[in-house]
Write a protein that binds this ligand. Structure first.
Ligand code: NAD
Length: 243
């Protein structure tokens, strides 16, 4: 039995399947990941530049380094991999899409139940009163030199709604744990599975399908491993699930 046939069989027999995605699903949309050869690690260390520590102690540096990731997301479109996952969700083959990505591309492709466990780049929030502002308006203030931007409502400090290194995990992570507790099957797409605590989730399921360029620490637990570009594999998998 080939790998696609085996993955199709697992998903068709799943009692409850969820998907976990990482930066690798969006590289085909032109957004670099962290750990590939052309990933952000080649420019800076995300654990440092994208940390609460730097945001609070050296905001000028934060907005010069880590913040560039948020700017890179502007104008990016979903790719066929995002579309295939949205279709699999619409058909009920997979339930929640748990994503580490902050780019909103699953929703742009039509996915409905998306748990953004590392927040989203499309909004900013006030640390004091939780006032929300669109990234575009927030960024205009950053570009005009207002660092850090002040809350228009209470004067507190505004910041990106992305979960930074050193931040507490948001409610969406608890929801992701609950969804994974219900699941017997998980597809992982485009994640090195090195960022905790999200990387614990694949341990919780009985059947694991991994679609990722390169190895992950969970390869020995997987039922099927596809080592390659995500979108052609997901497109073919979605086609077979529809047959
Ligand atoms: P990662 O960079 O650690 O791992 C990405 C994995 O995807 C790598 O193993 C890489 O080889 C693989 N990959 C790259 N392109 C691929 C493709 N086309 N098909 C299949 N596999 C591919 O990313 P991660 O595991 O998500 O963890 C790092 C953090 O990166 C996350 O916390 C996330 O918030 C953040 N991040 C998000 C974005 C985004 O929103 N698009 C971009 C960069 C980083």
């Amino acid at each position: 039995m080939d790998k696609l046939a085996r993955a199709t069989e697992i998903l068709k027999n799943a009692k409850y399947a969820v998907c976990l995605t990482g930066a690798g699903i969006s590289t085909e949309s032109g957004i670099p990941d962290f750990r590939s050869d052309r990933g952000y690690y080649t420019n800076f260390i995300p654990e440092d530049a994208l940390s609460v520590g730097v945001l609070e102690s050296n905001p000028q540096r934060f907005y010069k380094e880590g913040y560039t990731i948020l700017k890179d997301l502007e104008g990016k479109e979903p790719n066929p991999g995002h579309v295939a996952l949205a279709k699999m969700q619409e058909k009920g083959v997979i339930h929640e899409i748990i994503t580490q990505n902050i780019d909103d591309l699953h929703q742009a492709a039509g996915a409905k139940q998306v748990l953004q466990v590392h927040g989203d780049a499309s909004t900013a929030r006030c640390e004091r009163c939780n006032y929300r502002e669109d990234f575009k308006a927030f960024d205009e203030r950053v570009q005009s030199g207002e660092i850090p931007p002040k809350c228009p409502k209470c004067g507190g400090v505004m910041r990106t709604n992305v979960v930074l290194f050193g931040d507490a995990m948001p409610q969406a992570f608890d929801d992701a744990v609950r969804a994974t507790e219900k699941a017997d099957t998980m597809i992982v797409v485009g994640s090195s599975l090195k960022v905790m605590p999200v990387a614990y989730l694949p341990r919780m399921v009985e059947h694991l399908i991994i679609i990722n360029k390169g190895t992950t620490p969970y390869d020995h637990n997987a039922d099927v491993i596809f080592d390659g570009e995500a979108s052609p594999i997901l497109t073919e998998l979605e086609k077979r699930l529809s047959e």
